[in-house]
Design a protein around this ligand. Structure first.
Ligand SMILES: Nc1ncnc2c1ncn2[C@@H]1O[C@H](COP(=O)(O)OP(=O)(O)OP(=O)(O)O)[C@@H](O)[C@H]1O
Ligand SMILES: [Mg+2]
Length: 245
């Protein structure tokens, strides 16, 4: 597939095209900004738990930060989230899913993440683009064209990347058990992905580890079977070292 980058129609020639790219990706204009940290991992690995603890820690040392999530970090995104994480697991295929996740991501970036970063606020996101590769590519046994996902990233996100991605790695049997227990307590209907078989979740875990290996400077993989407190201490240590706090 030909690259879509720079193919935005413009009557303004080369310079006009560059200008238009800047408008599409306002993060290019940010000279100093907050840090963007993403949490990744399968179901029930502890992302939401750890993101909250890290946010509280950062606040305690006077670092402004927001917690957000994908899908559903914005009002419109919540509508997309409802479509994506509830109902029959086969109601649409992986390509349609990836497109919907990218619509959510683009709205999330332009209306919430980039404005916050520009304001020097740190953004802690429960999932980001690695989830799309892990779920829609690896989870589905590589039946989706990987290049399509990379092109979607370029179109919607540009050159922007998280400053740090924490991957919580866990045996999916343990993660799913935690998730189902939590879902029962909350009577949530957000179990569309959980309802996929163990094979999907085993692929997902392997996929995440492969993605992490391909970008070792961005990723840190943590053993999510440790206690909540132990993991939090490891994450604080990691963030202090990485960002020289
Ligand atoms: N390290 C841990 N050890 C044991 N239980 C944990 C641990 N971390 C989280 N839990 C529990 O497991 C459940 C799932 O945790 P959490 O909601 O943080 O995971 P998640 O990765 O956000 O899940 P989901 O993908 O479903 O959103 C919660 O009930 C939480 O209290
Ligand atoms: Mg969660």
């Amino acid at each position: 597939m030909a690259s879509l980058k720079g193919k935005v129609a413009t009557p303004r020639g080369i310079d006009g095209e560059k200008e238009q790219q800047m408008e599409l990706f306002p993060e290019c204009k940010i000279p100093t900004r907050g840090m963007f940290i993403t949490f990744e991992g399968g179901e029930g690995t502890g992302k939401s738990t750890q993101i909250k603890l890290l946010s509280d820690y950062l606040h305690s040392i006077q670092i402004n930060n927001i917690q957000t999530k994908e899908p559903g970090g914005t009002e419109v995104g919540l509508e997309l989230r409802k479509l994506l994480v509830t109902g029959d697991k086969d109601k649409f295929d992986a390509v349609a899913e990836a497109l919907l996740y990218y619509a959510d991501r683009r709205i999330h970036l332009t209306t919430k993440v980039w404005p916050a970063l520009k304001d020097k606020t740190w953004v802690l996101s429960d999932r980001f683009a690695d989830s799309t590769v892990a779920y829609q590519y690896y989870g589905y046994d590589k039946r989706v064209d990987r290049k399509l996902l990379d092109e979607l990233y370029t179109v919607a996100v540009g050159d922007f990347k998280p400053d740090l991605t924490i991957l919580l790695d866990l045996d999916p049997k343990i993660g799913l058990e935690r998730s189902f227990k939590k879902a029962m307590g909350m009577q949530t209907k957000e179990t569309r992905h959980e309802s996929r078989g163990l094979k999907f979740h085993t692929n997902l875990r392997k996929g995440y580890l492969e993605i992490a290996k391909s970008e070792p400077e961005r990723f840190v993989v943590l053993d999510a079977n440790k206690s909540i407190e132990r993991l939090h201490m490891d994450i604080v240590q990691l963030v202090k070292e990485r960002f020289k706090l």
